[in-house]
Design a binder for this molecule. Structure first.
Ligand SMILES: C[S@@+](CC[C@H](N)C(=O)[O-])C[C@H]1O[C@@H](n2cnc3c(N)ncnc32)[C@H](O)[C@@H]1O
Length: 273
C-alpha cells in the first residue's frame, strides 16, 4: 500500500494525529520523516510493516507516548535514544542547562561535570556539546540506563569526554567536580501519575512518601564532591522548595530558579567560602 494511504487510513482508524502516524511510519521504514513526507506518494509499505504499524497505533491509542514507542525524545534541540529503563527527558529540565550556561559563560573552560542520576545522559551530554573542553561523569543506579547514555554519547561524538559509573548516588564516585547537575526522582509514592508518566520507570520517578528520599540521600554528601567554587544545580518538584531548604546540606543557597510556568524548579547550591 502507498505510504499516503497508510497514513490516512491509520490516522482515521485510530483517531490519531496524521503527524504521529507519519512519524511512526518513518520509524518503521527507517526513512527520515522529511524524506518520507516528500516521497509519500511513491513509497510502498509492505504487509509486515503494516502489521507492526497497526500494533504501534494501538499502543498510541491506549495512551502510550509516541516517544516511548519510537524510543527517541528531543531535549535541548538534540534527539536522544531512550529505553524502558530511562525517563523520557522533560522540557522543564532544560532549565538546568540554561542555568549552567548563565553561570559559566566561558565555553572554552575545562570543567569537570557530574550528571547524577543521568538516565539518557541528556543534561550532561547537552552541556558537553557546548563546553567543548569539558568532561562529564554520568552516574546511574540502573545499568541499562547507563547503556543508553553510552549510546547517546557515542552517537553525538562525545564518548571520549565521558565516564559512566554504575553507582547508588555517590557510593562509587571517587573524584570531585566543578559542576554537579542532578534531576533525581522526586515524586511521592502516593501521587497519582498521569497516563503518559505511567510508562516511565519507577526508579526514575518515585522517592518515598514525601518524594524527598533522593534529596535526603544526596544533599548531605554534595559538598564533599564539589571543587572549591563548585556549584550544584538540582531539580525539584513544584511544592518541594521549602522541604528541600530544611535539609541540612551545609552549602550556600545561590538561588532557586523558576521554570517557564513560574514554578520553582532548580536550586543552585555552592560551596561555603
Ligand atoms: C528523574 S530521572 C532523571 C534522568 C535524567 N537526568 C533526566 O533529567 O532526564 C532520575 C534518574 O536517577 C536514577 N536513580 C534513581 N535512584 C538512583 C540512585 N540511588 N543512584 C543513582 N541513580 C539513581 C534513575 O535510574 C533515573 O535515571
Amino acid at each position: 500500500m502507498l505510504a499516503r494511504l497508510v497514513v490516512t487510513f491509520m490516522s482515521s482508524a485510530y483517531s490519531a494525529d496524521r503527524k504521529d502516524a507519519t512519524i511512526l511510519l518513518s520509524h518503521e521504514l527507517g526513512i527520515p520523516y522529511h524524506r518520507l513526507f516528500l516521497d509519500i506518494d511513491i513509497i510502498d509499505v509492505s504487509d509486515g510493516s503494516l502489521k507492526r504499524l497497526h500494533n504501534q497505533m494501538e499502543r498510541l491509542a491506549s495512551g502510550e507516548p509516541l516517544s516511548k514507542i519510537i524510543q527517541k525524545k528531543e531535549f535541548y534541540g538534540i534527539e536522544f535514544c531512550t529505553n524502558g529503563y530511562t525517563l523520557d527527558p522533560r522540557p522543564e529540565t532544560e532549565l538546568i542547562v540554561d542555568l549552567v550556561k548563565a553561570h559559566y559563560r566561558d565555553f572554552s573552560k575545562h570543567l569537570a561535570i557530574l550528571d547524577l542520576g543521568s538516565g539518557t545522559g541528556c543534561i550532561g551530554l547537552s552541556l558537553l556539546t557546548m563546553y567543548k573542553n569539558s568532561v562529564c561523569s554520568f552516574v546511574d543506579i540502573e545499568g541499562q540506563a547507563l547503556d543508553v547514555a553510552i549510546t547517546n554519547a557515542t552517537q553525538l561524538g562525545l564518548r571520549a569526554r565521558c565516564r559512566f559509573i554504575l553507582s547508588d548516588w555517590f557510593a562509587n564516585v571517587a573524584e570531585t567536580f566543578d559542576i554537579i547537575v542532578c534531576n533525581p526522582p522526586y515524586v511521592s509514592t502516593t501521587f497519582a501519575l498521569d497516563r503518559s508518566a505511567q510508562f516511565d520507570p519507577q526508579t526514575a520517578l518515585f522517592a518515598g512518601v514525601e518524594g524527598m528520599d533522593a534529596y535526603l540521600a544526596i544533599l548531605p554528601q554534595i559538598g564533599e564532591f564539589l571543587n572549591h567554587n563548585g556549584k550544584a544545580f538540582i531539580e525539584i518538584g513544584f511544592d518541594q522548595s521549602e522541604k528541600f531548604m530544611n535539609i541540612d546540606h551545609g552549602l550556600e543557597t545561590i538561588g532557586i530558579e523558576r521554570d517557564l510556568n513560574g514554578i520553582q524548579r532548580v536550586v543552585i547550591l555552592g560551596k561555603l567560602k
